[in-house]
Ligand binder design. Structure first.
Ligand code: FAD
Length: 379
């Protein structure tokens, strides 16, 4: 157990996970969220095996397993042709973002994290202090910037360099009420519908619970109508006529959002006693749905590694040395998949592509690893 104190900026998946992991290791933790309430927006998310193992370490995985859906297969269709379904038996979960966020927020409170909403960070001092917009300076043994891709904490630390890159595609994400005709368990799956001509458009259909379906609708950002929120049913139904009824539902959905694909790669992740985690450190293209999962893994492993060192500085260096290669590979692989749109051709979840999803963090125990066996074909 530790008697150290951490100040965390950002109440997203990475910040909450880091807060829970540190608090469970005996740290006192205060978490600052700039918004007046803790929340994530209303679409869905896939949590891969790497994230589930990390969430086991902090005790949140059983609730995810209870509330999420295990897709029976991942089926890909290009221009109406269906390829061999993949990932049968693979241990990953689909869940709504608000539910995941609620489960993490509850766990953070239960672990004793002091959550301050309406509290905006403007920077960090590497000697160990978080700086707030109201002028407050909060001393800490560790300051965590988990404040997303636009991280103010990261931007205040001149020794952290950042490479940013934008890509050709973007995604509209909406959550729709699950229609009667999709009520059966045979729809608890991921279906990835693509067309590539005259330009790329894709509908990723993911059942996230008994009442909800998450639709990720990808198009090039230059296709203005297909990048609109609310969804423009006419342009999507013209490409995917057989999906017209659910596209209609997507058009009526409230609370959707559009994001262009972009990445940032930060080097190094720490300056003195200040460190960045999650999208603040390594936002990645969502082509493999791994951004939050890698952030969750790194946040849990951060607390685990710090527990092995007396000095925070040494612990941070050891943690980055351990997690960097996996994270860089995940970013590079996601960028490649986004640039080439390789998944459209089906049968894309090769063992190499699955390397990030299969990653086992050091903090995982043999008992929890045994709960998530990987089918031979995906190893
Ligand atoms: C289309 C799309 C699909 C995706 N699908 C998946 C998927 O299926 N699986 C997966 O693992 N990942 C997925 N991702 C990636 C995932 O959404 C992100 O990696 C993840 O949400 C990042 O979490 P975070 O906590 O690092 O940052 P954020 O979610 O950005 O959270 C940052 C938090 O910090 C707060 N904040 C910001 N600035 C300040 C400040 N100055 N002071 C205090 N608080 C502040 C914000 O309000 C927010 O609450 C997807 C991403 C996209 C774009």
């Amino acid at each position: 157990m530790s008697d150290k104190h951490a100040e965390v900026a950002g109440g997203g998946f990475a910040g909450l996970t880091a807060g829970i992991a540190l608090a469970r290791a005996g740290w006192s933790v205060r978490l600052h969220e700039q918004n007046d309430e803790l929340r994530d927006f209303g679409a869905g998310i896939l949590l891969w095996r790497n994230a589930m193992l990390a969430l086991e370490v902090i005790g949140v995985a059983p609730a995810i397993r209870a509330h999420g859906v295990v897709p029976d297969v991942y089926a890909t269709s290009l221009n109406g042709e269906m390829f061999t379904p993949e990932l049968a038996g693979y241990p990953y979960w689909a869940i709504t973002r608000p539910k995941l966020h609620e489960l993490l927020s509850d766990a953070a409170r239960a672990a004793g994290v002091d959550i301050r909403t309406g509290s905006k960070a403007v920077g960090a001092d590497p000697s160990g202090a978080l700086l707030l917009a109201d002028g407050t300076r909060l001393e800490a043994d560790l300051v965590i910037g988990a404040d997303g891709a636009g991280s103010a904490v990261r931007n205040s630390l001149p020794t952290l360099t950042q490479e940013r890159k934008k890509y050709q595609d973007g995604v509209c994400r909406v959550l729709v009420a699950r229609p009667e005709e999709f009520a059966g368990p045979e729809w608890n799956r991921v279906i990835d519908y693509w067309t590539l001509e005259p330009d790329a458009m894709r509908i990723l259909f993911i059942t996230t619970g008994p009442d909800t379906i998450y639709m990720g609708m990808m198009a090039t950002t230059s296709n203005e109508r297909a990048s609109r929120i609310p969804i423009d049913p006419e342009i999507w139904s013209a490409r995917f006529p057989h999906l017209a009824p659910v596209i209609e539902l997507a058009g009526r959905a409230t609370g959707g959002r559009h994001d262009a694909y972009q990445t940032n790669r930060v080097t190094p992740w720490a300056a003195g006693r200040a460190v960045v985690v999650g999208d603040a450190a390594h936002a990645m293209c969502p082509a493999l749905g791994q951004g939050a999962s890698v952030g969750i893994v790194n946040a849990v492993e951060l607390a685990h590694t710090l527990g092995q060192y007396e000095s925070v500085d040494e612990g941070l260096a050891a943690w980055e040395a351990k997690q960097r290669a996996m994270t860089d590979a995940a970013q590079a692989r996601s960028a490649y998949m986004a640039e080439t749109r390789t998944l459209a051709k089906g049968n894309g979840f090769t063992p190499e592509v699955m390397e990030t999803a299969n990653f086992v963090l050091d903090a995982a125990t043999p008992e929890t690893i045994a709960l998530y066996p990987v089918p031979e074909v995906n190893r």
